[in-house]
Design a protein. Structure first.
Length: 86
């Protein structure tokens, strides 16, 4: 088992909702969060409409991510959003 430290793309000390706490406590979810953060950064580099992309990302967080209450749902939400950004 991998016991090395892991963390998502955000500060777990500031995790305020159930989804953030799940991500902070799970290595696979934390990696997906970092991967999504990198995919979002790449998409921002490529897009001409950075404001639109930011709005879409915030809507995804608000509606898709926050709709999840378990790991399976979160994994699916992260994977779907990464494919949308590519």
């Amino acid at each position: 088992m991998d016991n090395s430290p892991f963390s998502p793309s955000f500060d777990c000390a500031k995790a305020s909702n159930g989804q953030e706490k799940l991500v902070c406590g799970d290595r696979e979810l934390a990696k997906l969060d970092v991967d999504l953060s990198q995919a979002y950064a790449k998409a921002r580099e490529k897009t001409a409409d950075k404001d639109k992309l930011k709005k879409e990302q915030l809507e995804w967080i608000k509606f898709s991510l926050r709709a999840c209450s378990d790991k399976t749902c979160l994994v699916g939400a992260y994977q779907k959003r990464m494919s949308e950004l590519q």
